[in-house]
Design a protein around this ligand. Structure first.
Ligand code: NDP
Ligand code: 2IT
Length: 447
């Protein structure tokens, strides 16, 4: 078995040697899925995983725009159309200076498995740009988004590829992107998700990733007869996912102790309650400020510059910022401090060594492709509502989201339960995600 995995990974490395994040994501999948393939004749010998690591299509393009001082700026745009076996390509757009081929291929690859887990008919894709939205005016953001869509519109469509938000792309950016798509195509369609409520958006989509992550964590705690009541929760990030994860934790009776951004984290021993969270939402979403400014209103909190919050003692940890933000030493600190549950809101926030620490300590650990799937699942529900030309209520969407998170949890148990009863959610999510896509690929032949 080890040889099979090694031979496969050697080949993938040979072809993608300069893409460390992509290789990291592939390695995690290969180690859990190849043993399953070897045991199942219908998948064995068909090079299915090898087909799945090769994007169906990669698009890169130039994005030129004029900044407020009149200078011409040049950025790079991307869309990775990874796998369309079970539905149109679907996945977010990330605008961040660190965006490159490796980051987007890892995200697109994860998205294929995640979307398969949602039970909805969505293939996997991801895109974005190395554009840095920080410090840009609204007009600059608009000009960039319009320029970006000026090329992307050729490659997407409601039945082809449906982008959405990710880091640096929220409702403001989706609005500008949608406006340009509509102008160029002269049609009003559900080509993007995360749209505003008056022009095709779905209720609960803004909340969905954070809420879904907490619903998933709740399901994990339930397997131990436990829940969020009175739990101390450490959260990283302070963007879309972190904010709504915090909101749901508070609603379920937990205490939120930390939030962060790329400058450091705030620790509020008294707890970040509903009022303080409303302040954070205003600070981050409207004023577009830094999390350290929390102290100007709540001086009893502390700001720890340049650090992640994993040394803060907690019961539950929700990494909701970015990839590889939680390493082996952080994982050891969490376990030593009594943390019983880690549920990833971000994509691949835990390093491979960190996951090994969680598994060895036999604590509850959910990989992002399962626990953060609520966002894209609700995007799928937005697509359904667009096709129906209809709008569901908050309660209807929220109930569907909860049911989907519960179904994903069940799929993880089906494929991830060890003999001693411990659930390896990584194995469970990878195999459950793989099976549906692989079956579709087999049915469709070598294309
Ligand atoms: P936002 O842009 O709203 O927020 C991102 C947050 O993470 C900010 O607080 C940001 O801080 C922080 N962050 C970003 N990059 C880094 C970094 N390199 N180091 C430390 N902190 C960083 O994005 P989202 O909340 O939407 O996304 C967060 C994570 O969740 C990502 O991994 C994304 O892929 C994942 N995700 C998002 C979904 C969605 O629906 N939005 C769905 C599923 C997963 P700063 O402001 O300083 O950059
Ligand atoms: O990583 C993700 O799942 C997202 N950024 C959301 C994708 C989507 O299409 O809603």
């Amino acid at each position: 078995m080890k040889n099979n995995i090694k031979a496969f990974l050697d080949l993938v490395k040979e072809r993608n040697g300069d893409e460390p994040e992509f290789l990291q994501a592939v390695e995690e999948v290969a180690e859990t899925v190849i043993p399953y393939i070897v045991k199942h004749d219908i998948y064995y010998g068909k090079n299915i995983l090898l087909r799945m690591v090769e994007p169906e299509r990669v698009i890169t393009f130039r994005v030129c725009w004029v900044d407020d001082s009149g200078e011409i700026q040049v950025n790079r745009g991307y869309r990775i159309q990874m796998n369309s076996a079970i539905g149109p390509y679907k996945g977010g757009l990330r605008f961040h200076p660190t965006v490159n081929m490796s980051i987007l291929k890892f995200l697109a690859f994860e998205q294929v498995f995640k979307n398969s887990l949602t039970t909805l008919p969505m293939g996997g894709g991801k895109g974005g740009s190395d554009f840095d939205p920080k410090g840009k005016s609204d007009n600059e953001i608009m000009r960039f988004c319009h320029a970006f869509m000026g090329e992307l519109f050729r490659h997407i469509g409601p039945n082809t590829d449906v982008p959405a938000g990710d880091i640096g792309v929220g409702s403001r950016e989706i609005g500008f992107l949608f406006g340009m798509y509509k102008k160029l195509r002269n049609e009003f369609t559900g080509v993007l998700t995360g749209k505003g409520m008056s022009w095709g958006g779905s209720l609960i989509r803004p909340e969905a990733t954070g809420y879904g992550n907490v619903y998933f964590a709740e399901k994990m705690l339930e397997t131990k007869g436990d829940n969020f009541k009175g739990k101390n929760v450490v959260i990283s990030g302070s963007g879309n996912v972190a904010q709504y994860a915090a909101e749901k934790v508070l609603q379920l009776g937990g205490r939120v102790l930390t939030l962060s951004d790329s400058s450091g984290y705030i620790y509020d021993e008294a707890g970040i309650d509903t009022e303080k969270l409303a302040f954070v939402m205003e600070l981050k979403n409207v004023k577009r400020g830094r999390i350290s400014e929390y102290l100007e209103s709540y001086p009893n909190a502390t700001f720890v510059k340049g650090k992640t919050p994993w040394n803060v003692k907690c019961d539950v940890a929700l990494p909701c910022a970015t990839q590889n933000e939680l390493d082996e030493a952080d994982a050891k600190a969490l376990v030593d401090n009594g943390c019983i549950c880690v549920s990833e809101g971000a994509n691949m926030p835990s390093t491979k060594a960190a996951i090994t620490v969680f598994h060895n300590a036999k604590i509850l650990f959910a990989p992002g492709k399962a626990s953060n799937a609520g966002g894209v699942a609700t995007s799928g529900l937005e697509m359904t509502q667009n096709s129906l030309r209809f709008k569901w209520t908050r309660e209807e969407v929220n109930t569907k989201l909860k049911d989907i998170m519960s179904d994903i949890h069940k799929s993880c148990l089906e494929f991830g339960e060890d003999e001693d009863g411990y659930v390896d959610y990584v194995r469970g999510a990878n195999i459950a995600g793989f099976v549906k896509v692989a079956d579709a690929m087999l049915a469709q032949g070598v294309v």
